[in-house]
Ligand binder design. Structure first.
Ligand SMILES: [Zn+2]
Length: 245
């Protein structure tokens, strides 16, 4: 393939811009703000799950509390009924009296046990309620952080996009000055090796960083300036510059 030395030198400018575009793309993909945002979002999802679990516990405990209250109330009114019978003197037989007194004693013990249960449920409910408040508080803080991180991420992305847009514009302008067959060879090599063209600097290919042997070097020296050369090692287009010989 033949191409003017000027066109060949343009390939090096193109390679620089492609490297810059590659760096910008990498920066975009590895943006710390994006990772930070994802971590915050993951924490947010955890908090949402925690809150849902706590709300379910709260609703169960509220139901348990109502049941415990009903149980205590039931026993209390039975004790009252029994005591009323006792006080009204309606029980005359000593056997029946003894039974009633023993029932009252057992009901009082039962009431105390049930009140214990009720108290435990209430304590548990308070605990769950405190946890809910704390999780909800963390959620509010995190919502603010997400907004702040999101804004930083968006501004970093916008900056990268702007730089990328400028580099793409410059690349298009340079590509337009390169003959189609040379450009298509460059693009094909770039797809294979990431870098499509490299300078020959002081006998060394800047693509694979290997020094050319004397035979190759003398062949290159003998080649006409418009001949498109390839590195024997990496097959990239080898562009001669003023530093080449
Ligand atoms: Zn090479």
């Amino acid at each position: 393939m033949k191409a003017s030395p000027q066109a060949q030198l343009k390939l090096l400018e193109l390679a620089d811009l492609d490297a810059e575009l590659g760096r910008l793309d990498h920066r975009r993909r590895a943006l710390p703000e994006s990772q930070e945002y994802e971590r915050a979002q993951a924490r947010n999802a955890e908090l949402r799950d925690e809150l849902a679990t706590l709300e379910a516990q709260q609703s169960d405990l509220t139901r348990d509390q109502a049941k415990a209250e009903r149980d205590v109330e039931q026993v209390r009114s039975r004790i009252e009924r029994d005591r009323a019978r006792l006080d009204a003197g309606l029980v005359s037989s000593p056997k029946e009296l003894e039974n009633l007194q023993s029932e009252i004693a057992s009901l009082v013990r039962r009431q105390s046990d049930l009140e214990e249960v009720e108290l435990e449920v209430m304590e548990r409910l308070e605990e769950v309620s405190r946890s809910s408040t704390s999780v909800a508080g963390e959620q509010t803080t995190l919502a603010g952080q997400l907004e702040e991180i999101g804004a930083r991420r968006d501004s970093a992305l916008a900056e990268i996009s702007e730089e990328s847009g400028k580099a793409s514009g410059r690349r298009a302008a340079i590509a337009a000055e390169i003959p189609a067959d040379l450009l298509s060879l460059y693009d094909r090599l770039r797809a294979q090796h990431t870098v499509g063209a490299a300078a020959l600097n002081r006998g060394r290919c800047e693509g694979c960083h290997l020094s050319l042997n004397t035979i190759d070097l003398s062949r290159i020296r003998a080649a006409p300036p418009d001949e498109v050369l390839r590195c024997e090692e990496c097959r990239r287009i080898l562009v001669r510059t003023e530093l080449s010989s």
